[in-house]
Every structure is written in C-alpha cells, then in structure tokens.
Design a protein around this ligand. Structure first.
Ligand code: GPU
Length: 809
C-alpha cells in the first residue's frame, strides 16, 4: 500500500492562503472578489480538512498493516461541536490560517460563525461519545465511531412568552464540508417479513421491507499525534427503483414518492428525548438500522485481513453507548448463526466476548423496554433469537437459584405481567462481557439496586469507568486565555494531553501576581459572555458580578426549580434591604427540555418569568440579574463555561449518573455548589472538601426520608422564608407549588434550607476575593483526573484490553 507523506508540513501563511484561493477557484468555481460568504467558508473548511487527510490516510494504512484490535463505538448520539475551531487546532494550522485570512482581508470570526455544529445528540450522553472519540484518537487507539446521520439534529430552542419553542435544525442546509460520502459502500437493512426454517436452530429471515444505509464519515483527529480516526454516520436511502414512475404518470405525485419518503424517514430526525424512554416504532427502526449498518461494516473491515471467526473477538470490541444500540447483540447472533452457519454456542461465545455495555442512568423511566409484539412484527427473527437467549440464560439462573421463581422473573430479559416487553438493559448485560457505570457512586448503585441480581450472578462483569471531558475542547478551545496562562506557568502545552500535570499549578494558588492574572482572565471571559447575553437576550449583565451557572438539560431530577426558588428568596431579601449575605450575582441558565416534557417546560417558563421579575426591578437588579441563554449547545457551552465562577450541580442524590458539566466547569476554575450525586462526589474528593460547597441529603438520607413518609408541606409550614418564596411562585404558577406541597418527587423542599444557607456561604466566600481565586486555581489544578484521556485509559485497561498503535510521522 502506498501513501503520500504530508504535503503540508512546514505550512506558512502563504501556503495556506494559496491553498484557500485554489479551493475557492477549483472547488467553488469563483474568486475572492466574487465569492459569497459560503464560498469562502467552504474553501477555508476544505483547506483545513485537507491538512488532516494525509494523517488519516497514513492512519488507515498503518491500521491495515498492523491488523490491530479495534474499538467500535456504537452510539445513537454524538454532539461533536464545531469542526472548524477543532480542526484548525488539531492540524496545527491555527496561526498560519489566521495570518493568511488577515492577509486576504477575511475575518476569522465571521467565518467561524458560518461553521455549523452537528447537533446529533441530546445532552451529556452524546457529548460524552464525542469526548471519548477525541480521547481515543489522541491516544492512538484504533477506533471507529458509528452513528446515524440525522437530517435534522437536536431542535433549536427559542423562547416565546417565556416558553420553549422548537425549530428544526437543518444543519446541512448549505452542505457539510467536513463530510466524506461513500455512496458505493451501502448496506442493506431489512424490516418486517417472516422467518423460514433452514436446518436446526438456523433460520432464514425474509424481510418484508428493505432500506439502504449509505455511509459518510467525518475525521476524528487526535491532538498532538498523527492518528486520525473516523466517525461513520449512516443515512437511510430508498432502493434505486423506488420511484414509482407509473403513479407519477397518473398524476399521483405524492404516492409516487411514498416508498422513498418512508425509507428516508428512518434517519430524518433525532429523537429529542433525554433519559426518558419513548417507545416509538420509528425509534426502534432507527436503532436496528444503525446496528445493522455498523455490524456489516465491522465484519467487512474484519474480513480485509482476517478469515477465521475464532479471531473475531480478538480483533473486535463493540462498546454499546447505553441501550440504544443493544439490538446489535441479537443481530450479530443472527448473522453468525443464520448467515454464517455457526453453531449457536460458538456464536454466543463470540458475541458475548465482543460486546461491552455502558449504562448511563439509574432512572427507571430511562430503562428502555420494547413491546414483544412490536419487535415480533418489525424484527421477527430477532425476537426468536432473544427468546432463545433468554431461555438459555434462565436455565443458568435456575441452576444457580433452584426453585426461585422470583429470581427468574427479576432477571428475565422478558418482562411479564401485562404486555410482554423486552428489557434492553437485561439483554445488554446478558450479552456482554463487561458492564460499566459512569461514576463511582453510579456504578455502586447500579450493582446495589437497578442491576443487583446480575451483579450477584456475575460480579466480575461489573466495572466503574468515571466519565471525563476533552481538555482540548473544554479548556484549550473554550478558554484560550486560561490555556495560555497555564501553558506559560507549566512551561509548555504538555498538560493538554497529560492533564494530571495541572497539579503543578497548586503552588501558583499562593502567588498573588498569578492570582491577579487568573482573576483578570475570568473577568475578560465574563465580558465576552456579557456581550453575547446582551445580543441574545437584551439583558445587560455586570462583568464584575459572581457568574453563577447552571447548564444542562431541563429535568425535574436535576432541580432547576430549586435554583429558581433561591433566586426568588434573594429577590425578597434584596427588596427588604436584607443584603448582609448578598453579593452581586448573575444567574446564568442554559438547557433544553424534551418537547413533550411538560413539567420541565413549566419550570423553564417559571425561570424566564422570574428572570423578568428580577431584571426589571430597579431595587433588585443592581444585585441580581438572571439570563436564560437560549439554545444551549456545545458552542454556547464553550462561551459560558470559561466565564463561570460557580457551578450548580444540585440534583437529588442518587439521580444523576455522573454529570459532565460539573467537570468542565471545575476544570475552568468554577467552584461547585452541589449534592453528593454522580461525579460530584469524586470532584469533591479531589479538589478537597474545603474547596467545594456541599449541601443536601445524601442517598442514605434520601432513602430514610422516604421511608419515614415524606411530607413536603411540613417544610412549608416550618420555614417562613420558604413560605414567602412559594407564595410568590404560586402567583405565577400555582400548579408548580401544588405539586411541591403534595408530591415533590425530587425532595426539593427537603433540600431547600440547606441549599439557601449554602448559597449564603458562597456569598461570604466571594467577598474574600483572594481566597476565592485561590480556591478557583485549586479546582483547576486538582481536576486533571476528569480528562476523557483518563477515562479512555480506564476503558483500555479494564474493559477493552487494547494498547495504542502509534502512527509514524
Ligand atoms: N444521559 Br440514559 C443522557 O444524557 N442521556 C440519556 O439518555 C441517558 C443518560 C447522561 C446522564 O444523565 C449524565 O448523568 C451523564 O453524565 C451522561 O449521560 C454521560 O454519561
């Protein structure tokens, strides 16, 4: 195999500018004088992309030569963030590009504004997938990410009268310059139909409907290394003959394209739900579509250099990102048994060794189940296979727990009682060699509660891999000022790929000149945010005020409502001139709610109402401002996080699997106010209890409160300030208060007093600006553990058993 060596090494601004003009000329057929903004943007993107192609070709060639063990990451969601800033940085052309653009009279920020982030995910789970891909490439792990190329990504959020309205995200409207299409590499995916007997356990599935999967890929460059991996995304297409010319001729224009529309609907839109199961047939179709395309591609790649199925589990690891791709277990069994003719036991042994499963939740409503009747209709052969897997599994359970029918019911992949359903998490655990939670507490609770029976059966299968975030994306790209200061202090940029080196900043916490510069950077970042906030919401915020940030999906368990209650309490205190524990603050909110999640949308509307109340009050607004920045996404995160002084991580203990904004904010020097939930626990362990504002019930106390019979009304009766707050809220939304007083599923009132008092502690700490800055520096210095590089190393060591493969050059 031959490949070119990089023609771009030693790039000067001149080289870069020449290539850009050449792309403008030959790819867009225009010149600088007559180019549109899109022409220039696309040419710039291609110029940058070309600088990664050589590395990609070399990576692919080296992988082919070495025939290594590969990680195949299967995920229904990826939140990749903007590609332009990333690829400029990773290709090492930031400087020459900026100078070239300047020389051509072009504005880099105007061009960056045209770069559209692919929003192919909902929230934490999708962004985690992107951070892991980034870390795998940066550590030279041979890996491919598989996903769906949704035509419409996560909706764009706007507010109308304080309520969320959703607009479609047609992210490729002007084309996507980062993507390589491979329309001659299609796969065929079947649905419906029937099953015919072959011999023994082997059957033949005759699908009733067939759809094509068409792949394209985007580059996933490593930082500071030559590796460039890919993410391969599949788009549904109708077979070529699907256009019904005779109906068209008869004037039935809609009917003529019916089949095309039906097929292509499969990858039309991302389901905008987060952590809630929503059993729609089209969603199951999406899952099966992704899984089938990915597995066929994995097998194709395996066969390039291998021929013996016994080598498959040595060469292939398939990591399942939550239950969305778990149908892959049944599909691989079907391929091996029905198509390849392997014995069931041999196929099962291969399958079980290949898969590993990551669980991202403890919420029962997030655990996917599918009606057996639906699976039977859509995927008849898969349903048979799942029944057989379950039958054999339950024999194992029965042998271990003789006569224990309750145990069988508890562990069965099929949920009985009422409508039979397939429990995807159970299928995942039974069909995998490793299962992991995403933070220590989460993994412990998984094994102790949600998946307890399985953890008893197979303790060795259960692991913890604490989440991490990309320091390239969330420190270097998001916060160039702070990155510059860190590099200056640490004598280089090695920390960006070895984040534990941030501990070397610890002595700087005691250096007053360094603290001064740290504070100055925070202030400049708050100024940037203030500019954006003014443009986006019309609200002017004070860049000197404490920047108090809560950014995450809207969910009752995350308790944005608790945040709002505190704001109302502050409002009253300031109006009463009770300002002892009040410091000027800006409350920043960001986050979307699932379109059908009414309770979350109510809270969102209340947040906007309270923001108006506060911002428009001349007495209150000098002390307190509140901005709800619409359309929170990766780009917005890159703007908000560097400005944050305080990180709100206030979910009810035992509900947040990990959280990842907690890590991003701590790394950028925000102090956390939080409960003992998810990865907050580990953040506090690392930054030190003195440098973390802890409040609220822990998981044991939550259980005890519920055990005693939780009575939210008692908190209202006992606490005069809370009464005043809730009476104010009732004025705007009575139902929210009714729910709090009678149900309060997430114990908001039980944690209210502790939270408000803890916020007073925050205010006192903020008054001591030197002390605050010191703590801020220590938060950054001690958060190196939360790099996704460390997460990937943990996966490699405990679950994947792979080692890096360096690419020369
Ligand atoms: N998470 Br399940 C999602 O973003 N979406 C989901 O459908 C499910 C989980 C989140 C968890 O809520 C969050 O705690 C975690 O940090 C993140 O996944 C990544 O593991």
């Amino acid at each position: 195999m031959t490949y070119v060596t990089s023609p771009h090494s030693g790039d000067t601004p001149g080289d870069f500018g020449r290539d850009l003009l050449s792309n403008l000329y030959y790819q867009r057929g225009t010149t600088l004088e007559s180019a549109s903004a899109q022409d220039t943007y696309h040419s710039l993107a291609l110029t940058v992309r070309n600088r990664l192609v050589d590395r990609y070709i070399r990576t692919a060639a080296a992988h082919y030569r070495a025939n290594p063990r590969f990680i195949y990451y299967l995920s229904a969601e990826y939140m990749l963030g903007k590609q332009l800033d990333q690829n400029l940085l990773y290709s090492g052309t930031e400087d020459s590009a900026h100078r070239a653009l300047e020389g051509l009279g072009l504005s880099s920020s105007d061009l960056d504004a045209l770069d559209v982030e692919p929003g192919l995910g909902n929230g934490g789970l999708g962004r985690l997938a992107a951070c892991l891909l980034d870390a795998m490439a940066s550590q030279d792990i041979p890996a491919v990410g598989y996903g769906i190329r949704y035509d419409f990504g996560i909706f764009k959020q706007a507010f109308q009268d304080g309520g969320q309205v959703e607009r479609p995200d047609d992210w490729t409207f002007y084309g996507n310059p980062w993507e390589f299409h491979a329309s001659d590499d299609q796969q065929t995916v079947g649905f419906y139909g029937h099953v015919e007997p072959l011999d023994g356990v082997r059957k033949s599935w005759v699908p009733g409907e067939v759809v094509l999967g068409e792949p394209s890929h985007m580059l996933v460059p490593g930082y500071g290394t030559s590796t460039v991996n890919i993410i391969r995304l599949w788009r549904a297409r109708a077979a070529r003959e699907s256009f019904d010319l005779s109906r068209f001729g008869a004037g039935q224009y809609g009917e003529a394209v019916e089949e095309i529309v039906r097929s292509e609907n499969i990858s039309k839109v991302l389901y905008p739900d987060d952590s809630t199961e929503l059993g729609r047939e089209l969603r199951l179709k999406q899952q099966h579509f992704l899984v089938t395309c990915a597995l066929r591609d994995i097998v194709r790649r395996f066969r390039l250099r291998n021929s013996d199925w016994d080598d498959f589990a040595g060469k292939v690891v398939i990591q399942l990102n939550d239950t969305h791709p778990v149908m892959a277990i049944a599909e691989l069994m079907r391929m091996l048994v029905d198509e390849e003719g392997l014995e069931w036991d041999r196929a099962w042994s291969i399958t079980r060794r290949v898969f590993a499963y990551t669980c991202h939740t403890l919420l029962p409503e997030a655990l996917e189940t599918w009606p057996v009747a639906l699976v039977q209709r859509l995927l008849p052969r898969h349903m048979e296979i799942i029944f057989l897997i379950n039958h054999l599994f339950l024999q194992e359970v029965a042998a271990r727990y003789p006569g224990d029918d309750a145990k069988l019911r508890e562990l069965s992949i099929i949920q009985e009682g009422g409508e039979q359903r397939v429990r995807m998490a159970h299928l995942a655990v039974v069909g995998s060699s490793a299962v992991n939670g995403v933070a220590e507490l989460h993994s412990r609770l998984l094994a102790a509660t949600t998946l307890r029976g399985f953890a008893e059966l197979w303790p060795g299968r259960f692991h913890n891999v604490t989440n991490g975030v990309s320091p390239r994306r969330f420190v270097r790209l998001a916060n160039p000022r702070l990155s510059g200061l860190i590099s200056e202090r640490l004598g280089g940029q090695a920390w960006l790929t070895d984040l534990d080196r941030l501990v070397e900043l610890e002595p700087a916490a005691d250096d007053s000149a360094f603290r001064e510069r740290w504070r100055e950077i925070k202030r400049l970042n708050r100024e940037d945010l203030a500019r954006h906030a003014l443009a986006a919401t019309g609200v002017a915020i004070d860049p000197d005020a404490l920047c108090d940030v809560m950014i995450k999906r809207f969910h009752e368990y995350k308790r944005q409502l608790l945040r709002v209650l505190h704001v109302v309490a502050q409002y009253h205190r300031i109006r009463r001139d009770q300002v002892v524990d009040v410091v000027p603050r800006t409350i920043v909110f960001g986050g979307k709610a699932a379109p059908g999640y009414y309770a979350a949308k109510r809270i969102m509307r209340l947040a906007n109402t309270v923001a108006d109340l506060v911002n428009e009050d001349p007495v209150v607004s000098p002390y307190l401002k509140m901005v709800f920045l619409p359309d929170y996404n990766v780009s917005r995160a890159q703007l908000i996080i560097p400005a944050a002084d305080l990180s709100e991580q206030i979910s009810l203990a035992g509900k947040e699997a990990s959280g990842t904004s907690n890590m991003k904010l701590a790394l950028n020097g925000a102090l956390t106010i939080g409960t003992l939930d998810g990865a907050n626990v580990e953040i506090r362990d690392r930054v030190g209890a003195d440098n973390f504002f802890l409040f609220g019930l822990d998981t044991t106390e939550v259980a005890a409160v519920r055990e005693r019979g939780y009575d939210p009304r008692a908190y209202y009766d006992r606490d005069a300030e809370l009464r005043e707050v809730l009476d104010t809220v009732a004025h705007y939304d009575k139902d929210i208060v009714d729910d709090l007083l009678h149900r309060d599923e997430y114990l908001t009132l039980a944690d209210y007093r502790a939270y408000v008092d803890c916020q007073d502690q925050v205010a006192r700490a903020w008054r001591d600006r030197e002390g605050w800055t010191r703590t801020s520096i220590l938060n950054t210095a001690r958060s190196g553990f939360f790099s996704s590089d460390r997460t990937v190393r943990d996966y490699c060591r405990d679950i994947w058993h792979v080692t890096p493969l360096r690419i020369d050059g």
